[in-house]
Design a protein. Structure first.
Ligand SMILES: Cc1cc2nc3c(=O)[nH]c(=O)nc-3n(C[C@H](O)[C@H](O)[C@H](O)COP(=O)(O)OP(=O)(O)OC[C@H]3O[C@@H](n4cnc5c(N)ncnc54)[C@H](O)[C@@H]3O)c2cc1C
Length: 504
């Protein structure tokens, strides 16, 4: 969706009226701001609202739509589409649950997308320019650019700052595949504008974005081919977890082309043809649309970073220290433009860190945050803390406890036995250093383990947290029981036995 092109439907009109009102009158700039924030996605919005709430004079600059990727072309639209696709997933297994459907399942793709637009428009009220203006933030629309040691320019207005925050986010990386640009492709910026389902869809990249959308489109009726350079999908996740999702994909009819090096794309009468080299030989696939989910590129161009001596790298983004300060001590950065953890909640908490450090001489560190994440495939993979290989790199020896859902009553009742709760503790202790959950609602369950890590609650104590029966989250308590059983050494067992003999 673009601001320039008029919105095509009432939902998008409502959204634009909130997050980039066509009749917006820029405020008269204050003589000097405590904080000028460039970028009105999650990081920018949270920084601006938080700082203004504490009494700071704040200017927020957004060139496109407030809410950034998350609201407009990321989390919100993708989760809406995934919700519809999950209904299809449920109907696929209906017969195994004893429910017969009267006929074939029919998906009204247009209605799915229309619902998504409606929900997105409703959520857009949270990020509206008027709301932020009401919170005391001066909202400017246009390209923000540093022009002097303490000035940012936007649409001809010069804003003076004491401190500034770069929160310009990231965009889809366009892979350099010969013929791809000529053939045309979708990214997260355009895929949610579709009103008709592509009959045949190629997805390039099996990271979280590619996998979530590949499964959703497959369930909504597209024939999906997923190309990935790696040997298996989701290769940043726990291998066992990724394997479960990969099996689900194959089971649902997603064609996986792994170890693929895309050589070229061409347009033919029958569609767009992707030619790939794979370990098993060359593969060619004809599709109607190509969706690229092959990584993110930070938005650092055109910001005038050189003018203010802010170091950056066009791949990694703005260079920051652990306090999110750039090489210019008056300028901070937060969110996708500077962080490896490219998530909305990470941008949110980085913004809180920045407010304290930039305005209140705070010493808050990004590395002190416990940042979980979730990939919303079905089943979901949620993770917090370290993976095994990361712990090994840091020389941390682990004990690992795993509870498969095939042994959890509620998962059996739900017919959702594929998955597990896996918890890593520091060897010989119950200090949780990492956890992975693979479950239908893993994202809802990982919070308990994040809490444990954040609050320093050991795995042994999780065993005493009473969960309602039957729930899938009980698996976390059961992992705690597994740990506690290891405390029952032969010596303790002998002592217990002696006590019980004596008290008989
Ligand atoms: C398809 C998809 C699904 C996702 N799903 C999830 C999910 O389920 N959960 C999750 O946690 N994360 C998810 N993410 C990631 C999440 O959207 C991002 O991590 C989050 O939006 C980052 O926020 P940000 O503020 O750093 O950047 P952005 O949201 O990208 O915001 C940056 C803003 O800066 C503006 N800007 C850029 N340059 C300038 C300039 N020079 N002047 C003025 N403004 C400028 C941009 O227009 C943009 O609005 C998803 C992403 C995608 C693409």
């Amino acid at each position: 969706m673009t601001v320039e092109a008029p919105a095509k439907n009432s939902h998008d009109l409502e959204l634009v009226a909130n997050v980039h009102p066509p009749d917006w009158r820029p405020p008269i700039p204050a003589p000097r701001y405590n904080l000028v924030v460039i970028g009105g996605g999650t990081a920018g919005l949270v920084t601006a609202a938080g700082a203004a709430g504490l009494g700071a004079r704040v200017a927020l600059i957004e060139r496109h739509l407030l809410g950034g990727d998350c609201l407009n072309v990321g989390c919100v639209p993708s989760k809406c589409v995934i919700r519809s696709s999950r209904v299809v997933g449920d109907l696929r297994v209906a017969a195994s649950l004893g429910v017969r459907l009267p006929g074939a399942v029919e998906v009204d793709f247009g209605a799915v997308m229309e619902r998504m637009r409606g929900v997105r428009a409703r959520i857009s009220h949270h990020d509206s320019a008027r709301r932020f203006s009401g919170l005391g933030v001066d909202v400017f629309f246009g390209d923000g650019r540093f022009t002097g040691r303490d000035t940012v320019e936007v649409n001809g207005a010069s804003l003076r700052f004491k401190k500034a925050v770069i929160a310009t986010g990231a965009r889809a990386r366009h892979p350099m595949i010969p013929g791809l640009a000529e053939a045309g492709f979708l990214t997260n910026e355009t895929v949610f504008e579709l009103t008709e389902r592509p009959r045949r869809l190629a997805v390039i990249g099996a990271g979280p974005i590619g996998c979530e959308l590949a499964q959703a489109f497959r369930r909504l009726g597209s024939e999906v081919t997923l190309f990935h350079t790696g040997g298996h999908i989701l290769n940043r996740e726990d291998t066992g977890a990724a394997e479960i999702v990969q099996r689900a994909f194959i089971d649902e009819g997603i064609r996986l082309v792994l170890g693929a090096k895309l050589a070229r794309v061409e347009r033919a009468a029958a569609g767009k043809v992707l030619h790939a080299e794979t370990p098993a030989g060359p593969v060619s696939v004809i599709v109607d649309e190509i969706l690229v989910g092959a990584g993110r590129v930070p938005n650092v161009d055109g910001l005038g970073l050189e003018a203010v001596s802010v170091a950056y790298d066009s791949r990694e983004g703005v260079t920051v220290d652990d306090r999110l300060q750039t090489s210019n001590p008056r300028i901070y950065a937060a969110g996708d433009v500077c962080m490896a953890a490219k998530f909305t909640h990470a941008a949110d908490f980085a913004a809180r860190t920045v407010i304290q450090n930039a305005l209140f001489l705070g010493r808050k560190k990004l590395s002190a945050l416990t940042i979980p994440w979730c990939t919303y495939t079905d089943p979901e993979i949620a993770h917090v803390g370290l993976h095994e290989h990361q712990a090994a790199k840091r020389g941390i020896a682990l004990d690992t406890y795993v509870r498969p859902f095939s042994e959890v009553d509620r998962a059996m009742a739900d017919g959702e036995e594929e998955g597990f709760v896996k918890v890593h503790v520091r060897k010989g202790t119950d200090e949780i250093v990492g956890a992975t959950i693979v479950a239908r609602h893993a994202g809802e369950m990982i919070g308990e383990l994040s809490l444990a890590i954040t609050a320093g609650i050991g795995l042994g104590r999780l065993a005493s947290v009473i969960h309602p029966y039957p729930t899938q989250a009980e698996a976390i308590r059961q992992v705690g029981d597994m740990y506690n059983r290891t405390r029952l050494t032969p010596k303790v067992k002998r002592l217990f036995a002696a006590w019980l003999r004596w008290t008989r």
